[in-house]
Design a protein around this ligand. Structure first.
Ligand code: AHR
Length: 502
């Protein structure tokens, strides 16, 4: 048995729990849109062809924002193709995923879906093959009341009221050589600045996201952020961060420590943004929109796009099946995002359905939950009030990628109004139970309202359409409070949630 401790004290407040931390992402990629959110053949399909079961699962996940329509897809997208009568919409080549885009779903359909799912849209504009004018046209279509060409087109298409979309992404991963229309930091920085200034002439209060590096592994990481923010600092609110993790060649120890990398990444982006702040001698701070994060096995066959003359509609792409260890890593990444709530103001689990997703569907058939569904749903539903820094005291283990890493990772939230306090914790040990001791002396009178653990003797267990229930969070009866101290035993390779209240 490993022994580890944390202290939960409302004095150690990092910042508020932000609903936008629990965003997701719907890209025109593989089966995310077609047969994912939209599938007229499904039994649960509504009058718009949207799957009711997927909407229910998105609500159960507690999704806040949804980034749309890409991703790499947006860099070749003509948004006007997706409006007006569906039968008149063009079919186009999607170069990003070597697919055919039928344009059955476009901005109006997506906005209807978003309203039904109770999510906030986060719209991306194409700064790959397009520029300032097309971004302005889309903004006019979405946010202008009426009386102009594009706003009246929207009204004619059935949306009388403007969509009033607040968050806008200025392109996607513009440093990536794979990106259609990839640019240098100076080229992109200038274009993003011009686009941001022009968009604010229509709607000054937009919240704008400039593209950060497409990953911390890019050779220009850091310098890209500095240059792009050098151009855009006064005109944008966020810089984006993207990170995907996977178990590399059986190195489970490093994989379970993925949050160490996310912590370092976030802190490096903050450092770059704050350097520009210091250089510009301004008080404004730029925050992070961590608008793509997840576990993604990019080298597997299911992530390879079609090739040659094969340009299918909605092919099976990026359909990773997640096991219990993947779910524990997703839990660890949520802990990392929460503990940086002072600077990470929005995040998007990439993606929502079928494509590296917590929700899976069969075309015309069942919808089901992957293992990664559970930590996200629990954190989204239960994290309320303030995020508290907890000082983890735990033995370490040696990892190939990150050196010595604590076996425990944890964060806590505390709702000052209800007094409800929640501890989110992962045990990274692959062999041993972990005896967690939580010092609660700063919050007297708390008792356990509920405790769950997600684990399995076989951490490779993955859900299927036939069985997405036999491994799920189950009650952890070991959690109890005595003498101002919470004790709980956390199984090896586990995600744990302990709710405390009076
Ligand atoms: O989420 C899948 C892809 O990953 C996105 O399209 C792209 O932005 C990133 O590289």
């Amino acid at each position: 048995m490993i022994h580890a401790s944390i202290a939960v004290d409302p004095a150690f407040r990092v910042g508020p729990v932000r609903r936008r931390t629990f965003g997701s992402f719907v890209e025109h990629l593989g089966r995310c849109v077609y047969t994912g959110i939209h599938d007229p053949a499904a039994a649960s399909a509504d009058e718009d062809g949207f799957r009711g079961d997927v909407i229910d699962l998105a609500r159960e996940l507690g999704i806040s924002t949804i980034r749309y329509p890409g991703g790499n897809f947006v860099s070749g997208y003509r948004w006007e193709d997706g409006i007006g009568p569906v039968t008149e919409r063009p079919r186009r080549l999607d170069l990003a995923w070597h697919s055919t885009e039928p344009n059955t779903v476009g901005v109006d359909e997506f906005m209807r879906w978003s309203a039904k799912a109770g999510t906030e849209p986060m719209m991306a504009v194409n700064l790959g093959t397009r520029g300032v004018q097309e971004a302005l046209d889309l903004l006019e279509y979405c946010n202008v009341e009426g009386g102009t060409y594009w706003s009246d087109r929207r009204r004619a298409n059935g949306a009388e009221r403007p969509y009033n979309i607040r968050m806008w992404c200025l392109g996607n991963e513009m440093d990536g050589p794979w990106q259609v229309g990839a640019r240098t930091a100076d080229e992109y920085g200038r274009l993003a600045q011009q686009t941001a200034l022009a968009m604010r002439m229509i709607d000054p209060d937009l919240e704008l996201v400039a593209c950060g590096s497409s990953s911390s592994m890019m050779p220009t990481f850091g310098e890209w952020e500095r240059t792009v923010l050098g151009h855009t600092y006064e005109s944008v609110d966020y810089i984006s961060a993207h990170a995907y993790y996977f178990e590399d060649d059986g190195d489970l120890g490093s994989f379970l420590a993925s949050a160490v990398d996310m912590d370092h990444f976030v802190e490096s982006v903050i450092a770059a943004a704050d350097l520009v702040r210091a250089q510009k001698k301004v008080s404004k701070r730029i925050h992070i929109s961590f608008d793509e994060w997840n576990v993604w096995y990019q080298h597997r066959a299911e992530s390879k796009s079609p090739t040659g003359s094969d340009w299918p509609v909605a092919p099976v792409l990026l359909e990773d099946r997640y096991n219990v260890a993947d779910a524990v890593v997703v839990g660890g990444l949520l802990i990392s995002l929460l503990r940086h709530t002072d600077r990470v103001h929005a995040a998007s689990l990439a993606q929502l359905v079928n494509v590296i997703a917590p929700i899976m569907t069969e075309p015309g058939g069942r919808a089901w939950r992957q293992t990664t569904f559970h930590p996200f749903a629990q954190a989204s539903q239960l994290a309320k009030g303030d995020v508290l820094r907890v000082e983890v005291q735990a033995p370490t283990y040696e990892t190939k990628r990150f050196g010595d890493v604590p076996l425990l990772d944890a964060v806590a939230t505390h709702d000052p109004e209800t007094g409800e306090t929640v501890v989110f914790a992962i045990n990274r040990s692959t062999t041993d139970e972990l005896a967690l001791a939580v010092d609660l002396r700063a919050l007297p009178g708390l008792r356990v309202l509920g405790a769950t653990s997600l684990s399995n003797p076989d951490h490779l267990w993955a859900a299927t359409a036939d069985d997405d229930f036999s491994v799920a969070p189950v009650a952890n009866p070991t959690a109890a409070v005595a003498d101002g101290r919470l004790g709980a035993t956390l199984p090896p390779v586990s995600w744990n949630v302990i709710r405390l209240g009076r």
